[in-house]
Design a protein around this ligand. Structure first.
Ligand code: PLP
Length: 396
């Protein structure tokens, strides 16, 4: 059972347990991976190139660069944008480790901003207040799959020439005012981690319309080796290459890309199933005064169903609520433990919990329920019954 998005996945399907997540894989994925396995070419190759082309076309980006995680995509992009020591990168405090650690990789400072209590996405007013002459990038996150207010963020960033790099790890597929996430900012990074809405086991994709940025990210993802330099010197032989920077080993394998190609074909089928599960949860929980259902909308990817407890309406804590669900065989997770509460950032920057009050408060109320396309109707009903039972028994 996979209990969180960060845990190492250990699949132990017990009949009486609703896991937090189970990947949606079938015979087509089996066949696609076996075909690569027997093809004689396992690493980056034709499958990866095709996955990039199809993914770019799907989200409406000119270029897509496949890598081995979303973290890697964010890292090469910040590197390519020239972020270095002394620079500041604005990120929400209410996010996963990856969004901020990539700034630290490059010696830059992640500048945390608070979130909006309704949507749980970063608050544009807080972004405005955090911008300084040292701000070199803004990394919004579409928390749970709900697009954040990109117009407001672009309106702040554009006049100052600050690139916006979207952490879209939760946002496939997702739409903002009818436009697909992946087509809207300088760059957008997606995750294909085991529990995400499209999985390649581990994997990520960087999307951009900027050919130079795409080329630089591609080069950085494979040791800083330049393909164009390579092409220029083909007269020297197929063995020739040039190293233009201290790059990384972040390339996607064809085994992973083969999975991705199959998963991409069913990305909207899987999304519609998650939409239906979210609708069933909303219908069951909206009337309960103890619970707060998440902000929805037509463009929501529904990677997460982020239920919140209403303070004062329950006689038990969030921890006890989770314990009760666990006892009833329901897998849950919490998104997120805000970054400023973690020892690394707390000690490095001397944060107090109340410094980002919305993130701190909402974190203490949040419970992520199972929402995955392979979930059966029976599992959805069991989850609903358990949540309603615990909420009713613990009502004040
Ligand atoms: C999962 C996740 C990532 C990292 O994705 P990986 O592919 O595991 O590197 C980044 N940001 C957020 C918000 C995530 O949930």
């Amino acid at each position: 059972m996979i209990r969180s998005t960060t845990a190492v996945a250990v699949s132990a399907p017990a009949a009486n347990v609703v896991p937090f997540h189970r990947p949606d894989l079938g015979a087509e994925e089996d066949a696609a991976v076996l075909k690569v396995l027997h093809s004689g070419w396992l690493t980056t190759g034709m499958q990866t190139r095709e996955f990039e082309a199809r993914f770019a076309a799907y989200v409406g980006a000119r270029f897509a660069v496949a890598v081995n995680s979303c973290t890697a995509a964010l890292h090469v992009c910040l590197h390519a944008l020239g972020i270095r020591a002394g620079d500041e990168v604005i990120t929400p405090a209410y996010t996963f480790a990856a969004t901020a650690e990539i700034a630290r990789y490059l010696g830059a400072t992640p500048v945390f901003v608070d979130s909006d209590a309704a949507t749980l996405n970063l608050d544009p007013d807080a972004v405005a207040a955090a911008i300084t002459p040292r701000t070199k990038a803004i990394i919004p996150v579409h928390v749970g799959g709900l697009a954040c207010d990109l117009d407001a963020i672009h309106a702040l960033a554009q006049p100052l020439g600050i690139p916006v790099l979207e952490d879209a790890a939760h946002a496939l597929p997702a739409w903002y005012k009818g436009a697909m996430i992946g087509s809207l900012s300088r760059a957008t990074c997606f995750s294909f981690y085991a529990t995400k809405t499209l999985t390649t086991g581990e994997g990520g994709m960087l999307c951009t319309d900027d050919p130079a940025l795409a080329e630089q990210c591609r080069s950085l993802s494979l040791h800083g080796i330049s393909k164009s330099a390579w092409n220029r010197y083909t007269h020297s032989g197929a063995w020739y290459y040039e190293i233009l920077d201290a790059g990384y080993k972040y390339n996607m394998t064809d085994l992973a890309a083969a999975l991705g190609l199959v998963q991409l074909q069913k990305v909207e089928t899987m999304w519609r199933r998650r939409q239906a599960i979210a609708a069933a949860y909303d219908a069951a929980f909206a009337q309960l005064p103890q619970l707060r259902t998440p902000v929805g909308g037509a463009g929501h990817a529904w990677h997460l169903y982020m239920l919140r407890l209403r303070p004062g309406a329950l006689a038990i804590s969030r921890e006890a609520f989770i314990e009760e669900l666990t006892r009833r065989g329901i897998g849950t997770s919490v998104h997120f433990i805000p970054l400023h509460l973690h020892p690394y950032y707390r000690e490095l920057y001397g944060f107090e919990p109340e410094q980002f009050p919305v993130a701190y408060e909402q974190y203490q109320l949040e419970i992520s329920l199972p929402i995955f396309s392979a979930m059966t109707d029976g599992e959805v009903q069991r989850t609903i019954d358990a949540v309603v039972e615990v909420a009713s028994e613990a009502a004040r």
